[in-house]
Ligand binder design. Structure first.
Ligand code: HEC
Ligand code: HEC
Length: 110
C-alpha cells in the first residue's frame, strides 16, 4: 500500500510539472485552442465567449478586459488588453484605440 501511495504521488508530481511547463511555453490564459497561436498574433476568443460579441459589443469586451480607475483588467482573471489597444497606445486614456474597436475582425470565435 505504501509503495502505491508513493507511486501515485510521483505520477501527480509529474503531471503537475508538465502542466507548469505548458504554461510557460504559451503564456496564454485558459483556452488550449490558443496554444498554437504564435506570440504577436491575435488569440481566438475562448468557447466561453459565444454570443458575447453580438450581445455586448466592444464596450462589453472592455467591461471585462479593459481598465478603469480601480483595476486593470476590470474582471480579475480576464486577460488585460495590450497597451496598443488603447487610444494613443496609453492605458491611462481608458479608451479603445479606434482601429481596435472591431474586436472580432482580429479575434474570431475559437
Ligand atoms: C464577462 C467577462 C468577459 C467579457 C464580456 C469578454 N471576455 Fe474575453 N475573456 C474573459 C476571461 C475571464 C478570459 C480568460 C479565459 C477564460 O476564462 O475564458 C477571456 C479571454 C479572452 C481571450 C483569450 C485571451 C488569451 O490570451 O488567451 C480573448 C481573445 C478575448 N477574451 C476576447 C474578448 C472579446 C473580443 C470580447 C468581446 C466580444 C470579450 N473577450 C468579452 C472575460 C470576458
Ligand atoms: C487589428 C487587429 C486587432 C483588433 C481590432 C483587436 N485586437 Fe486584440 N490583439 C491583437 C493582437 C495582434 C494581439 C496580440 C498582441 C501581443 O501578443 O502582443 C491582441 C491581443 C489581445 C488580448 C491579450 C491577449 C494576451 O494573451 O495577452 C486581448 C484580451 C485582446 N487582444 C482583446 C481585444 C479586444 C477586447 C478588442 C476590441 C476592443 C481587440 N482585442 C481588438 C489584434 C487586435
Amino acid at each position: 500500500m505504501k509503495k502505491k501511495a508513493v507511486a501515485t504521488a510521483l505520477v501527480l508530481t509529474m503531471a503537475l510539472g508538465a502542466g507548469a511547463l505548458a504554461g510557460c511555453a504559451t503564456e496564454r490564459a485558459g483556452y488550449t485552442g490558443n496554444d498554437d497561436i504564435p506570440t504577436g498574433a491575435p488569440p481566438l476568443m475562448p468557447p466561453t465567449h459565444v454570443g458575447r460579441a453580438d450581445n455586448l459589443g466592444a464596450a462589453g469586451c472592455y467591461g471585462c478586459h479593459g481598465a478603469n480607475d480601480l483595476a486593470n483588467p476590470m474582471l480579475n482573471g480576464a486577460t488585460a488588453l495590450p497597451d496598443d489597444h488603447y487610444k494613443d497606445g496609453n492605458v491611462e486614456t481608458k479608451k479603445i484605440e479606434p482601429t481596435r474597436e472591431q474586436c472580432i475582425t482580429c479575434h474570431p470565435q475559437g
